[in-house]
Design a protein around this ligand. Structure first.
Ligand code: AMP
Length: 190
């Protein structure tokens, strides 16, 4: 099983990715989590990524692509993987296509979690309260939403044109959304 999870910040990608990965026994690869772990550990990658992340900007494609390429080459990705938060730009889509071709594997699909703007802001402000992420302030959230609309939303049309996109209603109880995600995966892998 090889999946991409898409959706604006706060759509619930991380939560739903964990549920799907549990069921299929595949790793969830969250580029945001990998960057955050590197920031905490003070690695050169973390130091490079931190300024972009704190501003709500995307980390440059070359840096992000190299990190994902390395992660996908690891042993635990052989049986499949779920990419959470990657690709986010058309350049990353191209690069991911190359990585998959090199590994001689194909994507099963891209799941996009749909939510409305009010719900997203509510969730992000709640997350800011409970998790204290440096990039969950109102200004930075707005910047991340703008970037998603400008740079990442166009990817939906790309995967849709390939017949790989499934849109899932991300509003409501977490377990209800998970049921919808599983239904969408079943459709994509039929
Ligand atoms: P996330 O946890 O997915 O919201 O990601 C947090 C931050 O990490 C983003 O706002 C970006 O600064 C950076 N990031 C995560 N994934 C990517 C990506 N695919 N491309 C560029 N930057 C990324």
């Amino acid at each position: 099983m090889r999946l991409i999870f898409m959706g604006p910040p706060g759509a619930g990608k991380g939560t739903q990715a964990a549920a799907v990965c549990d069921r299929y026994g595949i790793p969830a690869i969250s580029t945001g989590d990998i960057f955050r772990a590197n920031v905490s550990a003070g690695t050169p990658l973390g130091i490079e990524a931190q300024t972009y992340m704190n501003a709500g900007d995307y980390v440059p494609d070359e840096v992000t692509n190299a990190m994902v390429r390395d992660r996908l080459s690891q042993q635990d990705c052989r049986r499949g993987f779920l990419l959470d938060g990657y690709p986010r730009t058309l350049e990353q889509v191209k690069e991911l296509d190359e990585m998959l071709a090199e590994l001689d594997v194909q994507l099963n699909g891209a799941i996009v979690l749909d939510t409305d703007a009010d719900e997203l802001l509510k969730r992000l402000l709640e997350r800011a309260r409970t998790e204290g992420r440096a990039d969950d302030t109102e200004d930075v959230i707005r910047r991340r939403q703008e970037l998603y609309a400008e740079q990442t939303a166009p990817l939906l049309a790309e995967y849709d044109a390939r017949g790989l996109l499934a849109s899932v209603n991300g509003i409501g109880r977490v377990d209800h959304v998970t049921d919808r995600v599983h239904t969408a995966i079943a459709r994509l892998t039929r």
